[in-house]
Design a protein. Sequence first.
Lengths: 388, 388
Amino acid sequence: MTDHYQKSLELHKKYRGKLRTEAIAHIESRDDLSWAYSPGVAEPCREIAKDPEKMYDYTLKSRTVAVISDGSAILGIGNLGHRASMPVMEGKCVLFKEFGDVDAFPIIVGTQDVEEFIKTVKNIADGFGGINLEDISAPRCFEIEERLKAELDIPVMHDDQHGTAIVVLAGLINAMKITGRNIENMRVVINGVGAAGVAICKLLLLYGVKDIVMVDSVGTIHPGRKDLNPVKEMLTNITNTACLLDPSNSACIIGWLAAAVSGRDVFIWVSVAGALTEDMVRSMAPDSIIFALANPTPEIMPDLAKAAGARIIGTGRSDFPNQVNNVLAFPGIFRGVLRYHKKQITDDMKIRAAEALASYIQNPTEDNILPDALDKGVAEVVALAMKD
Amino acid sequence: MTDHYQKSLELHKKYRGKLRTEAIAHIESRDDLSWAYSPGVAEPCREIAKDPEKMYDYTLKSRTVAVISDGSAILGIGNLGHRASMPVMEGKCVLFKEFGDVDAFPIIVGTQDVEEFIKTVKNIADGFGGINLEDISAPRCFEIEERLKAELDIPVMHDDQHGTAIVVLAGLINAMKITGRNIENMRVVINGVGAAGVAICKLLLLYGVKDIVMVDSVGTIHPGRKDLNPVKEMLTNITNTACLLDPSNSACIIGWLAAAVSGRDVFIWVSVAGALTEDMVRSMAPDSIIFALANPTPEIMPDLAKAAGARIIGTGRSDFPNQVNNVLAFPGIFRGVLRYHKKQITDDMKIRAAEALASYIQNPTEDNILPDALDKGVAEVVALAMKD
């Protein structure tokens, strides 16, 4: 076992988890008891019964996010079940607190049935000011998030989708500046059509990218494929769109990853195992931009990618430049939506978050397109971007 | 509005609730991130996937209780709905922390359907080391608690039932010593057949009391009544048992409260509105013991009760002697069951808790049968009693 795994086990055991609760109101006197509990507490109860919005005045709902998982897609490991997801959920809550000063609490849900999961989350949602969904497998995660967004009156975000997408877009905005690219004619390939891949694709299209090809383990996504789930089916309408007009057109890309990569400006690899070869990098447009996000081992090492012609490469690793780390996004986003009483996290807000992150770097360079993941000034800048 | 209501509103608003989360693991360096989150956190996840019991080693489950309500019976107010229960649940969590050093988190459940409530709680239970049910209306609370106890592998306790019962029994144990009473021939009447009344009745029977009459708003509980719910039906087999043999026997008490009180040694009033008259006290056995638990106004004031012949009177009020306050029981009980890895809170454990509370008073007197609710040494004594 590597050192950091051993250390992680030891420290988890020492602390028995990483999060605790703390009383804001300390109870030392009869007077303390009487306002914080009986009989005084009856009054905020009655006020909330008259107007449920008063929960934001009198309870922790105003400050608190639920971090919820069913454990169906834990980190890059897979479906280990809800119990095994707890250390990740607690870790996420720690990051919420440490980076966003947001109170967050982990909830693990013991069902992977979509309807029952949704019902359970809805039944406990009113105690929270927002919901951060985490480590839920695709394509279930799409329906779960959409339904909860539609059926609840608090912000809901599946971070594996949108957190990653926001940070990738932020990095891409700066990478575009450095490489002098134009959003209108930039050609993008995304390998991986899971939670992150789909969200990145949608966010880039919203931001103005016109040409994206998606690739899964079977090859490029195109209308001729008979094996597509409904989400991938939907993607055939908005990506690789040359195929919609004429599948025989050379602009319609049918085939393996290599065919999709050739000539592309931007390569984003998420969720599918495998390696990005130097040959593939060589086949891309000059000064290409690569996000190779597998953790801990990127699909290609930055030095090899650069030697093969890439100009900018982002990874998930903290010991390489340009780390794509969701902690840059979610603490500030929820800090902002709680502060400004937002009921939804809209596409516009996601784009504003990405722009705020990109602007945080005053002079972007090839090795500096994203803020440092440990920079505790980032969350406030992202939170401010949630305002309008 | 009285002062303590106004103060409670102001302080709830100032703090926006009374509870917050806190990181045990602070994140200042890449190394911190790497053990508390990615990639190190994968290792405790894998360990838990192999053995779910490892949750107690590596997560907050080992320290944490869910305080759960549907808001169907908030304090003495009634069914104000789940949202309005939040200030009480947060307050309870604060008491757990302040008195028991137990991490507790409030969960409000947005359904009052028994099956759906049970399913929701079961679906989120694995993240917690115990469940404290709170402010759930009778008789629903009995089925909910029994089912959750049977179907979950963590301790579940409805505090409105057992917390109150344990503290009343503790007080009664000392009151018996002072008045020289014997458990075998002590005659008890309980007015109120809700959560607390039923639990007190059951615990006193378990402890050895032989003669209890229960009274609800219609009168004494006896087998001749046609309006009984299943719980009250069950009570006809274990209380007022003379009626089982022969309803015409004078020992079978059929009638109003006054008939039930006459000649009794102990009067416990919970859950039913009304006043205990001095005439009723005069009709009791000499040196009677009274628990008049309505809050904030007891069913009879202690000085009046004593003038009418009662020797010992306990109330819910902190400004009178002998306060029956659940905070004497639940923090220590859950502290103990978490520490000793108990999967259930058994009847034996409840009796041991009551005995520990009673013994905490070295020299019981008429005005000192229970520990002070603010005494922070109590919880550890109760916790130790959970051991065997």
